[in-house]
Design a binder for this molecule. Structure first.
Ligand SMILES: Cc1ncc(COP(=O)(O)O)c(C=O)c1O
Length: 498
């Protein structure tokens, strides 16, 4: 990559970072790294041969709509990792409509599959047998380990999680469900109870039988060290744990035991966990946490449910499903978003035994398993295989995180870089010593600046303190370099202004 620009130093406070924690003395030497700050970064955007259509109906909307951004982005068209606004301005999309566009906007192969199906049959329900639906279910099930072989198709992630809640309660005869603080599992009246983030809660009765437990967050939580998580980048915290031992994990498991002892009955229905928290800000748990938690849940009669709405379909790079990275097999897996590359679809996959408990009533869903959705989703699976999508996630994601870690070492306000594959979080702080949150105005300023330089990223975390990067999984190393230059410049600009 060619750079012709100034090099910028940031004083690393004599190379020392110190973080206070109840359990660890956290002093770490950092080497100041040089990361170039480009001028006129937008002009370095990688080329794209695709020609978008001109947007003609200019007066049809209000430019004062309230959105994520101070100056909203009015999207008109998409192609692979690119989006164009109504004025023809191109953006590198690193948020993918919240980890939803898996193989690329309007991916030609998936679009062709949708077009072909739309000419053949739009709709039928399970009053009839529609063979392609069954073919798709078989194909999807082939990506899951035994005994996860029974598939239910829905229209969204919330609907999939609603169904999983119902099935868990019916199968176990228990009612209580545990989730992590900071999690997002949906916005329906039932799943709002699973979701443990105040921003998404409404002041109405919800969440009966839902209890949250401490999220084992090794960066922001009370415990964490220097090799807790399964990521190319560890936290800035230090610990004296011997290899293969994780004191943070023991503490967080202790908190889960405390929840069992104080907040739920002795028998529970389920535990829902995302393999890596999505909306929560790409939060990763200590390596053995889920394995131990699953055992504790099962000891109490509960089912273990992996919410793969964001982490599924190869996004974590090392595996097709996020749960595989934790070496566990859930009793149910819920999925949506990437399953249809943006086409509305979701699914619950479970065991024949759990499915049998659910067969006591008639389950009917008019649009679940819609023929067009099945054709799209089937083509998504083929595309992931043919395009090496999972490998791209691993390679580009690992590169991005490794380079972002250099920016973390350069800038005092980047507290943590984490994730796996193309599920990445960059948590922002006032300074590394306190780990206090970077204020929302500062987050917004950087966020807006990144967008103005041509890259769309996301924001998340319970306090909106984490930038989220979860692009369509077709991005290239060149795109990654462009984003790194943009992000570097945005942070540099903010540091100069503040
Ligand atoms: C992990 C997770 N589960 C469930 C959902 C709900 O999915 P949907 O918005 O399709 O209802 C989301 C949505 O963001 C999610 O991130």
């Amino acid at each position: 990559m060619k750079y012709s620009m100034q090099f910028c130093h940031v004083n690393m406070n004599a190379g020392q970072t110190r973080v206070h924690s109840p359990s660890h003395s956290l002093t770490k030497s950092k080497q100041a790294v040089f990361y170039p700050v480009l001028h006129n970064v937008r002009s370095k955007m990688p080329p794209c041969n695709f020609k978008p259509e001109e947007y003609k109906v200019k007066a049809a909307f209000s430019r004062h709509t309230v959105t994520y951004y101070k100056k909203p982005v009015f999207i008109h068209q998409g192609y692979m990792q690119w989006l164009w606004d109504v004025d023809g301005r191109r953006y590198l999309d690193l948020f993918a409509g919240v980890a939803t566009v898996s193989v690329g906007h309007c991916h030609p192969k998936v679009t062709a599959a949708a077009e072909q199906q739309m000419k053949r049959l739009w709709h039928t329900t399970n009053i009839y047998v529609y063979p392609p639906l069954h073919e798709y279910c078989e194909k999807l099930a082939s990506y899951l380990p035994d005994p996860l072989k029974v598939v239910y198709l829905t229209n969204s992630g919330s609907e999939a999680n609603d169904l999983a809640m119902l099935m868990a309660r019916l199968h176990t005869g228990n009612f209580d469900i545990i989730t992590f603080r900071g999690s997002y599992h949906g916005g329906s009246p039932q799943t709002m109870g699973l979701t443990s983030n105040a921003a998404y809660k409404y002041p109405i009765a919800n969440g009966l039988g839902c209890t949250n437990t401490m999220c084992p967050d090794v960066f922001r939580g009370p415990w964490g060290g220097s090799h807790c998580r399964d990521s190319p980048v560890q936290t800035i915290r230090e610990c004296s744990c011997a290899q293969g031992h994780c004191m943070a994990n023991e503490q967080y498991i202790g908190q889960l035991k405390e929840t069992f002892a104080t907040s739920v009955p002795s028998r529970i229905a389920a535990f829902f966990g995302e393999p890596i928290q999505g909306v929560g800000g790409a939060v990763q748990y200590p390596k053995n946490y889920l394995k131990e938690a699953y055992q504790l849940v099962r000891d109490r009669g509960g089912l273990c449910i992996a919410d793969e709405v964001q982490t599924g379909f190869g996004r974590t790079g090392s595996h097709f499903w996020g749960f595989q990275g934790h070496d566990v097999i859930p009793d149910m897996v819920t999925m949506a978003k990437g399953i249809g590359n943006g086409f509305p679809m979701g699914a619950v996959v479970t065991t024949p035994e759990i499915a049998a408990s659910f067969a006591k009533g008639v389950h009917f869903n008019t649009f679940g398993g819609n023929p067009v959705a099945c054709a799209v989703a089937s083509s998504v699976l083929d595309t992931i295989k043919e395009n090496g999508t999972q490998q791209i996630s691993l390679d580009v994601g690992t590169y991005l995180m490794t380079e972002l870690a250099k920016l973390r070492d350069k800038y005092e306000i980047i507290g943590d870089v984490r994730g796996k594959g193309l599920q990445i979080g960059v948590e922002m702080v006032k300074d590394k010593a306190s780990r206090d949150l970077l204020p929302p105005e500062a987050m917004n300023e950087i966020f807006e600046n990144v967008k103005d330089m041509g890259v769309l990223i996301g924001k998340g975390g319970v306090y909106g303190q984490t930038f989220r990067i979860k692009p369509p999984m077709c991005i290239t190393m060149e795109d990654a370099d462009f984003f790194l230059a943009v992000f570097n410049k945005a942070i540099h600009n903010y540091m100069e202004r503040r």
